[in-house]
Design a protein around this ligand. Structure first.
Ligand code: PRP
Ligand code: URA
Length: 207
């Protein structure tokens, strides 16, 4: 897989347009973010390994495939939860992990505050989830923490990425592919993505 995959699909573009519109109300924002993430799941799971299994249908035995090891969905709090719940619905065999971090409003550096993982984390593929990749600081710190726990197979999923964040993340974690619904133009002076969709956490949680 190449290090950056920007998904192209008419429905993805349509739903992103709804998310970007400042007049979209919180309920529609939340439901659209969930359905857009569900559309992305096809690509997010495409790297998962399967293994052969024999089952019996109502008519006969058959050889088929199932997931070798269900993945771990790693949500970067808070905004990651808006996407992760939707992916969890599609793959309920997965485990959900959480990494809590928040950008300092002045320095824009992420501040870590929480983490919780399944015990066999290092043996499993991790899908790291956060709607926004701005400076890249939060995603880089989250991937650092997973690697400290000896995770070797990580994919980063987001909705909107800035070129600055893609560059920084690739410099720090060149082995971790980024799958995004959009690659936007640039960051503003407050490190918000332009044109972007604003503060994802505030819009999901109506804060
Ligand atoms: C947002 C977003 C990312 C981060 C991206 O979260 O959800 O985690 O900013 O910015 P970066 O690439 O410059 O690190 P925020 O820190 O606002 O926390 P929240 O999810 O609690 O709103
Ligand atoms: N965090 C957000 O929620 N939005 C941005 O544009 C940048 C960081």
């Amino acid at each position: 897989m190449s290090y950056l995959k920007v998904l192209e699909h008419p429905l993805i573009t349509h739903k992103l347009t709804i998310l970007r519109d400042k007049d979209t109300n919180p309920a529609l924002f939340k439901s659209t973010l969930a359905s857009l993430t569900a559309l992305m799941s096809h690509d997010l799971f495409s790297h998962l390994a399967t293994q052969p299994v024999t089952i019996t249908t109502p008519l006969e035995d058959m050889q088929t495939q199932k997931l070798a090891k269900p993945p771990v969905l790693v949500s970067i709090l808070r905004a990651g939860n808006g996407m992760a719940d939707s992916i969890f619905d599609i793959c309920p065999e997965a485990s959900m992990a959480h990494i809590g971090m928040q950008r300092d409003p002045d320095t824009h550096e992420p501040l870590f505050y929480y983490e919780k993982y399944p015990q066999d984390l290092s043996m499993r593929q991790c899908i790291l989830i956060d709607p926004m990749l701005a400076t890249g600081g939060s995603a880089i710190m989250a991937a650092d923490r997973l690697k400290e726990k000896r995770v070797s197979d990580i994919v980063f999923a987001c909705l909107v990425a800035a070129p600055e964040g893609v560059h920084a993340f690739h410099n720090a974690h060149s082995d971790v592919p980024i799958i995004t619904a959009a690659l936007d133009r640039e960051l503003n002076e407050n490190c918000y993505i332009l044109p972007g969709l604003g503060d994802a956490g505030d819009r999901i949680f109506n804060t």
